[in-house]
Design a binder for this molecule. Structure first.
Ligand code: NAG
Ligand code: NAG
Ligand code: NAG
Ligand code: NAG
Ligand code: NAG
Length: 687
């Protein structure tokens, strides 16, 4: 098995992982026999043309889709509404349509629409109905992927964190009674809003996915899949086609659902074995059109690795090959966009020797369009290939406006760990308990949690502090003085403390994004023992922890900005480059004459979160790389003064020239490939 590759097409892990064929012949034959049995049932029932024949169906003789009785094939592109601002939806869609795509593919993200138990959000970026209506107006058929698990490099694969608040032992994506009860409640909220958009009801949704790459999940629970099919069909009611997507490998049959149309997914790295892949799909489902539901024109990137790029010509050639089989295909991603706020997910890959790796904020993905929705060389090459099979519409695109607003000076304004910082940015009352509370236990999506306890008398100087099962990163302080950093990514879980440093131990824990692939139960906080080494070699557990919540939500930042007293911090603090006393919020403003897209260049800063006009742009981490700039959509800016807030965790961009204020730069170009040739290049182990 290989880890995320540095070259070639979409292998490695995302929501697709290569598995080597290691199944014994006997088992394989059994699986084929079973699945052929199921598919015969499917084709014979579908072949019966009745009054109820839906406008979108399958011709199992000609192996094609039928749209209103005519053979139909789609070339679609993925664009997830939650990765672009609503005011950008139409222009992104129009650019996609201009390339010749005739269908749009999108996931629906449960956690966005249902952020807390019983709380729903259908406004702004969560207005999925409006998004789909715009897509219809822009002349797309729609492929809907409601999950409810979506992977998608999103926190927890789109499953809400509060499932684990409500049911600590929930077995997601299985027939667990609590899980299916909650999916039922969610679908009862979601599906009625979308029913009018199904093609059988006069809309343009032609297909609705059931689960997502389920065969890659350990559970292989067909009771659950059958239940989810029926629950989906309860609302779809034959007004669109149900389908599944699975990675082509020997586990594939775990994702196949009786009476649901099966498709597969693969990128340019597997194009050489396309015959074999279609054969695997045919073994699962002997007839019907061939579909690649996720053809990867780029790939995802984690922090501290090389930015993933894919060659445009190779992508265009592979697309041509796929289309030569009369297949339908979806380009994942056609437009990637941005993981705004704390929505980026993470991967975990023990086999590849990597462990935990968080995804970057940008979801540029080296997709066909860039992060700001602009066309690329790859776009032109792909458009040419699409034009060979579909009619290209006459659409004139407006050129993108990317502007450099220059340097923005910033003033240190608040220390997170000070009494003022806690009062302004913490939420709720701190909780005292024997163990630190997890993010889920305090019903917190993301941000930071502060864990504090009193240090016991030390036997030794220094003595080792050990923190087991940390998720994901802890800045460690004694009496508000930084003594080091622990990290799940770096697998550093211990550090020495000296006698006499002070009495209060503080662990400020960052949630770097919940794992979205292979599992969806990555709860956050500290779950193992926290101990101090004793003279006799034993370990003394540290108990009685106070947990203080810092969700860092936009509303909290806005409330602080609105009522803050304009008092400068102690000049010594303002001079810091290394933030020895904990995170600092910096504020600044910049004036705009003409509104355009811009990029916040974080060079020289450490790690933190940035807010423009109160909107959380996402995590930045130029020290980790390769992403240096954060995309600032023009829709966030206004003519006149605009505000910028950074919550920096570890390092201030303070020039040697002490007279200058710390600063950031607003550039006209993105930097996703590292700051320079010395960009971090972590070469991953392949086994
Ligand atoms: C593709 O479809 C065309 C038209 O129906 C047909 O002539 C051709 O044989 C098909 N090609 C393949 C590879 O199935
Ligand atoms: C999370 O799920 C994985 C399987 O995907 C399982 O191996 C692991 O034990 C689970 N962890 C917890 C804490 O339940
Ligand atoms: C636990 O911590 C609280 C707050 O720091 C303190 O008031 C209390 O005395 C501690 N209890 C024990 C048993 O150490
Ligand atoms: C501060 O930021 C600027 C860009 O605004 C960058 O060029 C410079 O290297 C940074 N300074 C330090 C000390 O890293
Ligand atoms: C230091 O800052 C002052 C005032 O901004 C500027 O005139 C000077 O050139 C700077 N010196 C260096 C070495 O950057």
């Amino acid at each position: 098995m290989s880890s995320a590759p540095q070259t070639g097409g979409g292998g490695g892990f995302r929501c697709t992982r290569k598995l080597t064929l290691a199944m014994s012949g006997g088992v394989l034959i059994l699986v084929i026999a079973l699945t052929v049995g199921l598919c015969v049932g499917l084709s014979s029932s579908d072949d019966v043309v009745t009054e109820d024949t839906p406008p979108f169906s399958i011709d199992h003789t000609a192996n094609t889709f039928l749209l209103n009785g005519e053979p139909f094939r789609y070339v679609s592109g993925s664009f997830h509404y939650f990765r672009a601002l609503p005011d950008a939806w139409r222009s992104r869609l129009r650019t996609m349509r201009a390339s010749g795509l005739n269908a749009l593919d999108t996931y629906v993200e449960w956690s966005l629409h249902n952020p807390h138990n019983g709380e729903y959000n259908w406004e702004g970026i969560a207005d999925v109905v409006k998004f789909l209506e715009i897509a219809q107006e822009e002349d797309f058929y729609i492929i809907l992927r409601p999950g409810p698990y979506i992977c998608a490099e999103r926190d927890n694969g789109g499953l809400p964190h509060w499932l684990f608040t409500k049911y600590p032992d929930i077995k997601v994506r299985t027939n667990d009674a609590n899980y299916i009860k909650e999916v039922g409640i969610w679908y009862a909220q979601l599906m009625p809003r979308l029913q009018h958009l199904l093609i059988g009801n006069g809309g343009k949704i032609i297909m609705v996915q059931v689960e997502n790459e389920y065969a890659a999940y350990y559970a292989c629970d067909h009771d659950y899949l059958n239940w989810l099919r029926d629950e989906t069909e309860k609302y779809v009611d034959n007004k669109a086609l149900l389908f599944t997507v699975d990675i082509p490998n020997e586990r594939m049959s775990c994702g196949k659902i009786e009476n649901v149309f099966a498709t597969t997914d693969f990128g340019i790295d597997r194009i050489f074995e396309i015959e074999n892949i279609w054969k695997m799909l045919r073994e699962l489902q002997p007839t019907g059109p061939l579909v690649n539901s996720e053809f990867y024109p780029g790939w995802l990137t984690h922090w501290q690795e090389t930015n993933q790029r894919r060659d445009g010509q190779e992508v265009a050639d592979a697309l041509k090959t796929i289309l030569s089989y009369n297949a339908s295909v979806n380009l994942y991603m056609f437009f990637g966009g941005t993981n705004f706020g704390f929505t980026a997910g993470a991967n975990y890959d023990l086999d590849g020797g990597i462990g935990y790796a968080a995804d970057i904020t940008s979801y540029d993905y080296d997709a066909v369009m860039d992060e700001a929705g602009g066309v690329t060389t790859k776009y032109e090459l792909v458009k040419q290939v699409i034009g060979e099979v579909l009619e290209l519409p006459q659409i004139t695109l407006e050129p993108a406006k990317r502007l450099a607003y220059g340097k923005v000076e910033l003033t240190p304004a608040l220390e997170l760990l000070s009494p003022e910082g806690r009062a302004a940015l913490s939420k709720g009352t701190p909780v005292i308990a024997e163990k630190p509370k997890s993010f889920e236990e305090v019903d917190q999506y993301s941000g930071l949690l502060l864990y504090e306890t009193t240090l016991p008398d030390m036997d030794l100087d220094p003595t080792l502090l050990k923190v087991e099962d940390l998720r994901d990163r802890a800045h460690v302080f004694v009496d508000r003085q930084l003594v080091g950093t622990l990290s799940r990514e770096a697998r550093i879980y211990q550090l020495p403390l000296s006698k006499g440093w002070g009495s209060t131990l503080q662990l400020l824990v960052e949630n770097q994004g919940r794992i979205n692939y292979d599992r969806a139960n990555d709860t956050k906080g500290i779950f193992g023992q926290i101990t101090m080494q004793l003279h006799n070699g034993g370990d003394l557990p540290l108990e009685n922890w106070t947990t203080t919540a810092f969700p860092l939500e936009e509303a909290t930042i806005a409330a602080w900005l609105a009522k803050r007293a304009d008092v400068a911090l102690d000049p010594k603090i303002a001079e810091q480059r290394l933030l020895r006393t904990g995170p600092i919020a910096y504020t600044g403003s910049f004036s705009v004459q003409e509104v355009g897209d811009t990029y916040l260049n974080m060079a020289g800063w450490g790690k933190g979160v940035a807010y423009v006009n109160g909107f959380n742009l996402g995590r930045y981490w130029p020290l980790g790389g390769p992403q240096i700039t954060l995309y600032v959509p023009n829709e966030l800016l206004k003519v006149g003064e605009n505000s910028l807030v950074l919550l920096e965790y570890q390092r201030c961009n303070k020039t040697v020239n002490g007279s200058e204020l710390p600063a950031v730069q607003l550039d006209a170009v993105a930097q996703l490939d590292g700051e320079s040739n010395e960009a971090p290049q972590i070469t991953k182990k392949s086994t």
